[in-house]
Design a protein around this ligand. Sequence first.
Ligand code: ADP
Ligand code: MG
Length: 293
Amino acid sequence: ATPTALLVGTGRGAQMGILIKGPEILESTRRVDTVVLDKTGTVTTGKMTLAQAITEPGTERGELLRLAGALEDASEHPIAQAIAAGATAENIELPAVEGFTNIEGKGVQGVVDGHAVLVGRESLLAEWSITLSARVSAAKVEAEEAGKTVVAVAWDGEARGILVVADAVKPTSREAITALKALGLTPILLTGDNTAVARRIAAEVGIETVIAEVLPADKVAEVIRLQESGRVVAMVGDGVNDAPALAQADLGLAMGTGTDVAIEASDITLVRGDLRGVVDAIRLSRTTLGTIK
Ligand code: ADP
Ligand code: MG
């Protein structure tokens, strides 16, 4: 294509809310055959809300929300904000936290009211040899199979309960995935969340391939693995933890509603923050470059 055609193409993209960083990007967009999608904030709205609090015997619900809420109030993770907001909505006052530590992709820990509190994945508790009771564990599995994210809470070396957080699939995600498949592309869901949750969300939008329980630092390795298998990979994400994978991918697309770090690491910004922008970008590259792949 001529420079003029590329300029017209990127201009048309801008009108559709697809901000393309350079003329060569339309060519990499056209070559893509695999679209890796982050779950939270990309396929789903990322606006999580606290749906349920289930306690272990001997723990009060208010105390579970108070200690976990206080700790999560210090974290910026969407799960954490849902938990802190859920506790506050029940008029629970959140005490200060000492020694707050974020354990990337796993959870958080800190001292609240003299208790050493841990909130995060069940495997994080397992690192401290803390296990949920059979009843609470069964409730966790049930919530996860329904597509909800569950975090476990422990303090002073004992499991205290679980918190169930719900996030909704964006209303446009399913339509976009159907269109991507019709264009001949393979969508893959990539997430740090639990496998059962990931499978359920994937099924809801029509994605067949799921890579779950991936630590933030390993997302980029998954992209490299796909590239080494001969795929031309687009990565779509919104979070700080997606940035290395967005930069590594043959094409990085950031949600305009996402973090600045993700936008900076990407080739394309989808202003509207919905997946139909990925479909529009691919169609645009094909029409601009005049090739039917
Ligand atoms: P995603 O890839 O969906 O954006 P993350 O990599 O950010 O997910 O987190 C992976 C998992 O780690 C979460 O599903 C949750 O179980 C746990 N986790 C991370 N941060 C927190 C937190 N602040 N509080 C509780 N759990 C957390
Ligand atoms: Mg995300």
